[in-house]
Design a protein around this ligand. Structure first.
Ligand code: COA
Length: 297
């Protein structure tokens, strides 16, 4: 789909995306590049980075890939340094790298829990922490858009509770909290905006393959009337909005991009039934003598 944004909204900006070699991260990198940004993608697998960089460059995007694991502080420092020495600056950090797998809480080892916290929550904090010196440009008093900006990719799992994802729910709750705390501190001190995006189920991603791997899990969603898969493009457009000046007054928000999926619940009763029932209940309550308890109606 064509982007509704002007092609130069990120002109001159430099973005670093963790987990940018595939899936949602790669689509954000592509759209950022198509809208004028130079992009660094960071990931653990060299062959994935190499083919992603080649694909970005084939669109005329200035792109480079650096190997690294967000769990390692030295990797974060090195990749940020390499980005700035390659492109001369850093304006946008997208914390997209994440870990996930379905597991019963009772079968999940503490190390399995910690692994996802390390990638999602600690990894996000580490990248933000090490990126700060590059992102703070204007300093205090220079207005809301004087510094760089950070986008943390989150989820909606923890808004209620999600089956078999206790580790990811906890990790993303921490990510959202990091988003708000940094928005407060760094927004005030350095004019750095920090926001998040909480994608719903997005087709053709590792997340979708891991979390809805077969017909059983897909079938389980049939009762959700609004349910449909989103596209990576949907997330990338939200990222463009938040990272560009279109979002210059948005700080500390995690934007849910899920078609309303997290709000959905099974219907209590068919639509026609509720109309009938409602009228019967109203009629009975009007006819009931004053003082009769509702439970007796
Ligand atoms: N069920 C239960 N436990 C699991 C598991 C599963 N499917 N997969 C991993 N674990 C546990 C391991 O048993 C281990 O715990 P232990 O030492 O107590 O046995 C712990 O998690 C670490 O596993 P390991 O395979 O060493 O971690 P890793 O660093 O190689 O991989 C993952 C990290 C597990 C998160 C891996 O899925 C990954 O790299 N994911 C990145 C991509 C991704 O998931 N993207 C999805 C985005 S939505």
């Amino acid at each position: 789909m064509e982007s509704p944004f002007k092609v130069d909204i990120l002109k001159g900006k430099v973005a670093l995306l963790t987990g940018g070699g595939s899936g949602i991260g790669f689509e954000i990198a592509t759209q950022f590049g198509k809208h004028g940004a130079s992009v660094t993608i960071m990931g653990r697998r060299k062959h994935v980075l190499d083919s992603a960089v080649a694909a970005l460059q084939s669109h005329g995007i200035r792109a480079v890939g650096f190997e690294g694991d967000v769990r390692k502080r030295e990797d974060a420092i090195r990749v940020l340094e390499s980005t700035v020495s390659h492109f001369g600056r850093l304006d946008i950090l997208v914390n997209n790298a994440a870990g996930n797998f379905l597991v019963n809480a009772e079968d999940l080892s503490p190390n399995g829990f910690r692994t996802v916290i390390d990638i999602d929550s600690v990894g996000t904090f580490t990248m933000c922490h090490e990126a700060l010196k590059y992102l703070k440009k204007g300093g205090p008093g220079r207005g809301p858009a004087s510094g760089g900006t950070i986008l943390n990719i989150s989820a909606t799992l923890h808004y209620t509770a999600s089956w078999y994802q206790i580790h990811v729910s906890a990790a993303k709750a921490a990510v959202d909290s990091i988003t708000r705390s940094l928005a407060l501190e760094w927004g005030t001190d350095y004019g750095i905006r920090v926001n998040g995006i909480a994608p719903g189920p997005i087709e053709d991603t590792v997340g979708a393959r891991k979390l809805a791997p077969d017909e059983i899990t897909i079938k389980a969603r049939d009762y959700k009337p609004l349910y449909k898969m989103g596209e990576k493009w949907d997330i990338a457009m939200a990222a463009l909005y938040l990272a560009s000046d279109a979002g210059k007054y948005i700080n500390g928000t995690t934007l849910v991009v899920d078609g309303g999926d997290w709000l959905n619940q099974p219907r209590q009763m068919p639509k026609e039934a509720v109309k009938e029932l409602s009228r019967v209940v109203e009629k009975r309550s009007r006819e009931a003598p004053v003082g009769v308890a509702k439970s007796k109606i």
